[in-house]
Design a protein. Sequence first.
Length: 602
Amino acid sequence: MNQQLLVQDRIRKIVAIAIVIFLLFGLRLIEIQAIRAKGYVEKADTELSKSATLLAPRGTIYDINGVELARSISAMNIAVDQTVVNDPIAAALVVAPILGMTPAQLAPQLTGDRRYVLIAKDITPEKWRQVYEAIGAYNSEVLKTKEGISKRIGGFVPERSYIRDYPSGKLTSSLVGIINDQGFGASGIESSLNGLLAGVNGKYVYANGRGNIIPGSERVSVEAKSGTSVRLTIDRDVQWVAQNAISQAVSASRAQSGTVIVMDPKTGAILAQASAPTFDPSISSSITLEKLKNPAVQEVYEPGSTGKVITVAAALQEGLVTPESVFTIPYKMKVADQYFHDHEKHPTQRLTTAGVLAVSSNTGSIQIGQKLGKDVLYDYLRKFGIGESTNSKLPGESAGILHPVKNWSGTSLPTIAFGQGYSLTAMQATSVFATIANDGVRVSPSILAGVVDESGKYTPAKPNNSVRVLSSQTATDMRAMMESVVSSNGTAPSAAISGYRIAGKTGTANRFNSACKCYSGYTASFIGFAPADAPKYVISVTIQDPKGMHWGGALAGPVFKKVMSFVLQSERIQPTIAPKTTFTLTEAALKSSKSKNDKAGA
C-alpha cells in the first residue's frame, strides 16, 4: 500500500513538473510571437536586408519657350561590398569586360575590407542587367563544384542614379554650366541655382541574398524629392545666333575671349548670353577651369569709350551742358602733369557735346568731366550700378572696381571721364545702356523667368528692382546723340542696320594685365539698342585682347549688327518711319543750321 502511494506521488510530481515546463514554453512562445516579435523582425531585416541611397533627380533647366537646356536621365551606379566578394580575381574576370575595364584595373577595387566602393558610375540599366546575369551564370557553375559557396561571387549592389544631359551642348555651356561628381552645381546656372535644382535624396532597402541584391526585393523606405525645375529668360534661337557670331569674331581676331549679351531694357530679362571660347559638357577633355568661368559677369575690364555715355548723361542731367554745347577739342591736353590725347591725331576742333560723343573724343570727355567734378561723377557712376553686383543670378558675379573719391589721384577724374581708371563687367556695361534705352530707369538684369514644381505648375519670378537714374528727357537726348555714333561721321557705321534707327557707342580700352601689373592689349566693344526712338533690345559685344585690329567699331560693330538684325526680324519689329531727331556735331554745322533757320524765319 505504501509502495503504491509512493508511485502515485512520483507520478503527480512528474506531471506537475511537465505542466510547469509546458507553461514556461508557452510563456516563452507568447513572448517571442507577441511581445518581442517586432524586435526579432527588425533584427532579421537588419541581417537579411540592406539600405542604399535613392538619388533624387535634379530639376530641368528650360529656356523661355520650354526648350530643355539641361535635364536628368535615369542611370545606374554599381557599388561593391569587398567583404563578401569572396574571389576578387574571378569577379574581375567576369565583370571587367562588361564595364569596359581590364581585370587588372578592377581587381584592386574588389579586394579589401571596405564595405562600400563605387566601381561604376552612370551606366545604363541594361549594362547592370548584363553584370547581374554574368555573375549569376558564374555562381551557378561554381555551386556545382566542390568549392561551392566559398567561391561564389557576391557583394555587387546597384544604385539608382541620374546622368545630367545637356541637349544644347556648346550652345549654352558657359551659361548653364555643369555639375560635379557629387551631383552639385559646379558652374553656371547649375551652380548659382543649385539650391532650387538639387533634389533631396531618399532611401530604399533590398533583400541581401549572400551579398547580392535579390531581384524584385527593392522597397523605397524614404521617397526622394525631385529638384525644382527653372525656366530661364534665354531664347535658344537668339542664343544660337549670338553664340555663332561671337565664336567667329573671337576666332577671326585671335582674341582671348568674347561675350554677347542681349537684354530687354524694360524688364531686365536676358534673352541671350553667349561666350567664347566655350566647351562641350559631354566631352570632359574640353572642360578647363578657365572655360568654366563666365566672362560676362566674372571678367572685369576698363570700359573705355563706352563709359563716356555716363559722363555725358550726367552732365546733361545736371544741366551743365546741352547736346549742342560747343567745346574746343585739342588732340592732347595736360591735366595734373600728365598728357591725355585722342585715339587719332587731329587739328584743334570745335565740337558740340553730340560731336564729342560721336567721334569719341577723350579730351572732350575730360572737359565735360571737369564740369561735373569728382563727387558728382562718382555719384552717377554709382547710380548706374558701377561698383555693385547686378544680381543677375549668374554665379561668381563681380561688383567691378570703383575706388571712393578720397582715393582718387590728380589724374583720376580725367581718366574716369573717358572710361578708364575703373572696372566693370559686360553685364554692368549692358545695364548702363539699358538704363538709357529704358527712359532713364535702371532695371536689374535677370536670367530667371520662373520656376516649375513637380506638378508642372509654373510660378513667375518676382519683377526686378528698378530705380530712376535720368529724367526721360535726358534719356531721349542721349539716344538721339548716340545715333550719330553709327552714322558715316561716327565710329561705328559697321553697326548700322538699313531701315532701323540704331543708337550705341564704341569702346577701345587699354587692357590691364594682372600678370605683369601693366597695360597690355585692348578691350574692343560696342553696345547699342534699337529702335533708337523706342528701344526694344540692348545688345553688348565685348572682345578681350584681340590681335592686330583692335577698334571696337571694326570688331564688335559687325557682331552687334548680325545679332540685332536677327532679333528685330524674328520679333517682327517694324522699321522706323518717323524722321530722326538729330543734333549737329560741329560748331560750323551748328552755325550753318542756325543761319538756315534764320533765313527760313525771315
